[in-house]
Design a protein around this ligand. Structure first.
Ligand code: ADP
Length: 153
């Protein structure tokens, strides 16, 4: 069973994340969207809300599961027997940052990281920009899946 986790904050999930999940699932038997809870971070959406957004978005996809975790990502991988971490790359800044984490996770946890380049149509999207647009009541709806859009109706 080739199992990968796609870890992140997903605060909230965007069409950029969906692109990586939809393409990543073709490479693995199972992809677990692993929503991180870090007590030192201030989130716009609670862990329950972030989880519901992802669950609703992928409810018809049996190979895509959603879980929450705290602590080291490699410990979580061991706990659920995932050998791979899936990550998306938007630009060189993402790459430099992700490279160091990927090396570290291989060193400390023997976990291999698989990178997918973001699609051209979604490579500009980030959760932080979406949060800012939501905060100022701007037009964020073309950047997120339906589950996030309906939250504010
Ligand atoms: P983190 O809290 O780790 O930054 P995010 O929820 O922002 O988590 O991102 C999780 C993963 O999704 C990361 O691999 C990130 O590079 C990727 N990602 C975020 N936005 C996009 C996008 N627009 N296109 C492709 N990958 C993306």
């Amino acid at each position: 069973m080739k199992r990968a986790i796609f870890p992140g904050s997903f605060d909230p999930i965007t069409l950029g994340h969906c692109d990586i999940i939809n393409r990543g699932v073709t490479l693995f038997d199972e992809v677990i969207v692993a929503i991180g809870e870090n007590s030192s971070k201030n989130y716009m959406f609670s862990i329950e809300e972030r989880k519901v957004f992802v669950e609703t978005t992928f409810k018809n996809y049996p190979k895509i599961k959603v879980m929450t975790y705290s602590g080291l990502t490699t410990d979580f991988c061991k706990e659920i027997k995932a050998e791979f971490i899936l990550r998306g790359l938007r630009n060189p800044v993402d790459f430099e940052f992700e490279k160091a984490i990927a090396h570290t996770n291989r060193k400390i946890g023997e976990i291999e990281t698989i990178f997918l380049p973001s699609s051209m149509e979604t490579s500009f999207i980030s959760s932080s920009i979406v949060r800012e647009i939501i905060q100022y009541k701007g037009a964020y709806k073309n950047l997120v899946p339906a589950a996030v859009k309906t939250f504010f109706l």
